[in-house]
Ligand binder design. Structure first.
Ligand SMILES: [Fe+2]
Length: 288
């Protein structure tokens, strides 16, 4: 165990911990095992000031399992170094804006993600925080009647749905954004209550991609899901991280929602996302 190694739970939230005294690229096996157990327990680990190189971030993400994709930039800086303008409202800007709604990653794919490693390279002076919300604690906090109701429900998940709700027309493949998730395949159906495959804990599986609960009409379903998100994503079940360059986080996408938050887009923000693939046994949709 490295000297000075510490996993400090977040004080004001039901989840999350800050990890210090360790260098991610130099993790020994014993420390890794302790970190992995802490990750399952806290669902979000924050490692300040790691400044991982690309291959180091990918290697770290792979310790959690196979990757859905290795590394993608979430950024308002274009390949030529100029800033993406809000008014241009291109495909990447639409996705950046869409990500500001609470969601879990890849629930609109046949297999939802297990988690993600996310790091900050360039951060704005104000705003641009990332929020997470603990859907285990949200499930636990439901009143008995609502809990019984949600146990029997499911919802469809679609990125076309969530983007079009914001007035963002989605196209499958054009533009700089590669259209990831905007497939024309079947729309996955997922239960509203997910059982974590490793901890056995139940959590709410909701978020902006969820819609059209079978058995409800569209308006009723929308209202029900919006109310559920509003209830679930509030203190003490939320944490917003104020990034510093070099910070790295890893979160469990099987029990947390997350959101981006606004920043002054005349300032650059460059973040790197490595997405850990879900296990088809436990993260596949129940129907599509
Ligand atoms: Fe996301």
């Amino acid at each position: 165990m490295p000297q000075g190694f510490s996993i400090q739970p977040l004080e004001a939230a039901t989840f999350g911990a800050i990890v210090t005294g360790v260098r991610i690229p130099e993790l020994d096996e014993a420390t890794w095992r302790e970190l992995h157990a802490a990750w399952l327990d806290h669902a979000l680990l924050v490692f300040p000031g790691q400044f991982l190189k690309r291959d180091e971030q990918i290697s770290f993400a792979k310790r959690f399992g196979p990757l859905e994709f290795e590394m993608a930039a979430l950024s308002n800086v274009k390949a030529d170094g100029t800033l993406r303008l809000e008014k241009d409202n291109d495909d990447m800007m639409k996705i950046l804006k869409g990500n500001m709604g609470w969601h879990a990653d890849s629930t609109y794919m046949p297999v939802q993600a297990k988690g993600a490693v996310f790091s900050a390279e360039i951060v704005p002076t104000v705003g641009g925080h990332t929020g997470w919300a603990d859907m285990r604690a949200a499930y636990d906090a439901l009143d008995g009647e609502t809990r019984t109701t949600v146990e029997g429900l499911s919802a469809y998940h679609s990125l076309h749905y969530s983007q079009s709700k914001l007035g963002h027309e989605t196209k499958a493949s054009d533009g700089e954004y590669n259209g990831y998730g905007l497939h024309s395949g079947p729309v996955p159906l997922r239960p509203l209550v997910k059982v974590h495959p490793e901890t056995g804990r139940k959590s709410l599986l909701i978020g902006r991609h969820a819609h059209n609960i079978p058995g409800m009409d569209k308006a009723q379903s929308e209202r029900f899901l919006e109310d559920l998100i509003a209830f679930a994503c509030q203190p003490p079940r939320v944490y917003h991280h104020d990034w510093r360059p070099g910070d790295v986080v890893v979160w469990d996408n099987r029990c947390l929602l997350h959101q981006a938050t606004p920043w002054d887009m005349t300032q650059p923000r460059v973040m790197w996302h490595s997405r850990i693939a879900g296990d088809p046994v436990s993260e596949a949709a129940i129907a599509a």
